[in-house]
Ligand binder design. Structure first.
Ligand code: AMP
Length: 388
């Protein structure tokens, strides 16, 4: 077992978004230095890192140069090529290993991995051209969802195929490239588990949380989810096996559909801290970002105890359509935390920040966070119950 990488060392982050920013905040709090690498400048991560390197992920000399100034490298962004992580690995360890990224950044590889290892997934078929789509629909049935195999997130490159859909058009809309056709799941709920695995194989998880999406983008997470204990146990068992099969050293999130029959199906894996784990920053003893740091530095994992039930609501760029939201009024609300990611341009659908509310129960936290967000955008919702 290699020696732990201790405070004072430098951790490199491939990617420069909000996940890297919150990672950098956690790392700097513990006395580490953080360098970030991405093609952009003045990024959410770069604003709080010690060093911001701006270069293409395909510039492997720049990648190696970046790695030489670090002690270990992790990533916050999935669409980094395997060649890039391998270039880093020539110099310092990459955690999780690039092979985890390689599997999870491509839907065909991810689905094939999951089904070959016996993890429950929605029925699916690989579609390489529009002509194959018809055959695949014979097997999978309609409605179905066609998802581009590579570089998709937040519902991008996804098309629902119904009885009326034109197949050529659907294939083109999904990106006109290799895709995965999945049965449409009329789920009861969506849940996820964020978990970590350390260098010595220790496993820690943040329990099962419930996720509501709007326009395919995560909208509100409630922690803990109100699901039967056997669903919780099964979701955690599946998550643990996935981290072990992939030999993850770091944090990974498993997103599930919970069907109306109470069965869990794995929808997606994210080999990094996840939007559905943002509540841990305020509501857990160790945040998912500190946990990522501990894992990649070979330190013992921290306690994942939930201090209070919590709920997180995303703040998308759409909220700026009537001008800057009223942050001052928001700050008057008790039990509420504001996170903004330092992004200058509030485009519609762009994740600009999030709110976390804490309360005596999870549903109450969810009511509070929705109420706070509605206040910000000037809408009037009934007040939540008085503080109890
Ligand atoms: P994804 O990018 O695969 O996580 O999909 C984004 C969202 O689209 C999911 O969180 C679901 O709300 C919805 N979705 C994706 N796949 C399916 C499916 N097979 N059946 C029903 N809804 C889906």
């Amino acid at each position: 077992m290699s020696a732990p990488i201790l405070p004072g060392a430098t951790v490199g982050v491939l990617g420069s978004g909000q996940l890297g920013r919150m990672f950098a905040i956690a790392a700097r709090r513990m006395g580490y230095r953080v360098h970030t690498f991405s093609p952009d400048y003045d990024t959410p991560t770069g604003q709080v890192a010690d060093v911001e390197v701006r270069a293409s992920y395909d510039d492997l000399d720049a990648v190696r140069g970046f790695a030489r100034r670090t002690d270990v490298v992790t990533f916050e962004f999935e669409n980094v090529s395997y060649a890039c992580t391998e270039a880093v690995a020539e110099v310092v360890p990459v955690r999780p290993h690039g092979s985890v990224l390689h599997t999870t950044q491509h839907r065909r590889r991810e689905k094939t991995f999951l089904s070959s290892k016996g993890f429950p997934v929605a029925p699916f078929a690989v579609v390489e051209c529009a002509a194959q789509l018809e055959d695949a629909l014979e097997t999978i049935g309609r409605p179905a969802v066609l998802k581009s195999a590579g570089f998709g997130y937040d519902g991008k490159g996804q098309v629902k195929i119904t009885a009326e859909s034109g197949l050529e058009e659907a294939f083109a809309k999904a990106g006109g490239q290799e895709a995965v056709l999945e049965a449409f799941i009329d789920f009861d709920r969506e849940v996820s588990v964020v978990a970590a695995r350390s260098l010595d194989g220790t496993f820690a998880h943040y329990g099962v949380v419930e996720n509501e999406h709007a326009n395919h983008i995560l909208d509100v997470t409630t922690a803990p989810a109100d699901v039967p204990p056997e669903v919780t146990a099964e979701a955690i068992r599946i998550t643990r096996s996935i981290l072990e099969e992939l030999e993850v050293v770091g944090v990974l999130c498993v997103e599930f559909f919970l069907t109306r029959q109470g069965k869990l199906l794995v929808n997606e894996l994210a080999p990094r801290p996840h939007n559905s784990g943002h509540f841990t920053f305020d509501a857990s003893l160790t945040s998912q970002f500190e946990q990522q740091l501990r894992a990649v530095c070979g330190l013992p994992l921290g306690s994942t105890d939930l201090l209070r039930p919590a709920a997180m609501a995303n703040l998308l760029g759409d909220m700026w359509s009537n001008g800057c939201p009223d942050w001052a009024s928001l700050c008057a609300l008790p039990d509420l935390k504001l996170h903004l990611y330092g992004k200058a341009e509030p485009r519609p659908g762009r994740k600009m920040g999030h709110l976390t509310a804490m309360a005596a129960t999870a549903p109450e936290a969810a009511r509070r966070v929705r109420h706070a967000r509605a206040l910000l955008s000037g809408a009037v919702l009934p007040s939540p119950a008085p503080l109890g």
